[in-house]
Design a protein around this ligand. Sequence first.
Ligand code: GDP
Ligand code: IMO
Ligand code: MG
Length: 431
Amino acid sequence: MANVVVVGAQWGDEGKGKIVDWLSERADVIARFQGGHNAGHTLVIDGKVYKLNALPSGVVRGGKLSVIGNGVVLDPWHLVKEIAQITEQGVSITPETLMIAENTPLILPIHGELDRAREEAASKGTKIGTTGRGIGPAYEDKVGRRAVRVADLADEETLIARVDRALQHHDPLRRGLGIEAVDREALIAQLMEIAPQILPYAAPVWKVLNEQRRAGKRILFEGAQGALLDIDFGTYPFVTSSNVIAGQAATGVGIGPGSIDYVLGIVKAYTTRVGEGPFPTELQDADGQRLGERGHEFGTVTGRQRRCGWFDACLVRQTCVTSGVNGISFTKLDVLDGFETLKICVAYDLDGKRLDYLPIAAEEQARCTPVYEELPGWSESTEGARSWADLPANAIKYVRRVEELIDCPVALLSTSPEREDTILVTDPFAD
Ligand code: GDP
Ligand code: IMO
Ligand code: MG
């Protein structure tokens, strides 16, 4: 298999960063294809922690080409800061190792302001709990055909025209929300100032990736967020503003769908969610608290406590279908160590009717109650296990039951945040 897409199969934070970093050893190019710096991907290598938002997780390994595709929305000021931070940690980033698609839309300061103003103005039950980083408004401008894109930074006249077009939309909107009009001159000056720091990385990514593909190089696509935050298939409207599912990998960089050979879904051994919205297996008891504490479930981007609950096989079975998942990477199994009993949601009860999928209507989603199956836990530690032989029998039973219920095999198993604490079952890159 030449090209592998990694996607989150729940509500994000499944451990994509760790797995992308681990798999990047086998790849030549690592490409982000959607989302923005709302993503928070944590890598732990020999005890050293790296936190990435916009940069692909392959940058840390060195010697690979990292790509930010057109499907991403990019905050240039944040990127420059992130590059500086990661460089300080000893990682080298140059225009030879990082490329940004010229047609990538920019996140401007006005997008973050709008995002936060809307959230503040939202009444109870309508707040989304966004990261406040301007992701939604930036994608709105992209489809509204008024985005400033990376290539526009190269020519002052074009840049000014693009800014004016955007402000025609934003100023009236801001007035309605009680925010002062945009300082046009200051925004243009800010963009002109950041331009020389971004432009060296700008490239025709679609063309470069095509050349790489033809030369037999292996491309690893790094998804952000999770399939249940997908703008079409997620728990709308409590979702992010991009397509998250695997099909987006092709449009998000400009390759044909036939170039995707394997889809690896990243699946956490239990369920978490940051922000608002339905969550059928959410636990508000000691078990939920225990999952949060053992799993260190705090958001990387906003520091918010993640909501925790039992594994929901119904949801993952569904997201494996919408992303065409070939195999999963099952992560954070070690967090379940020491539970006497584990529960898995196998179906929902909706007004006395049994459903084997999550209905699309928000009010029905909210009324779905989980139907659980119970499995015995294990008292032994799985932390740091590097082979199946190291796993207790009940942990293996749990994994096998998950495979059956989601109708998808486990390709990788992760047992700690450390890069090497990973069990390989089937190599996604193997022919
Ligand atoms: P991502 O957004 O999908 O990349 O996931 P995050 O990095 O936001 O959250 C996953 C967290 O779990 C990070 O702090 C990882 O270091 C950590 N992690 C990843 N895999 C494992 C694992 O198998 N066990 C444990 N205990 N932690 C893990
Ligand atoms: P990674 O890549 C978890 C959530 C936010 C909010 C909703 C919309 O680390 O898995 P947005 O700022 O995107 O408009 O917020 O989506 N969200 C994430 N939750 N992991 C993420 O990324 C997320 N990115 C966005 O909490 O509920
Ligand atoms: Mg994360």
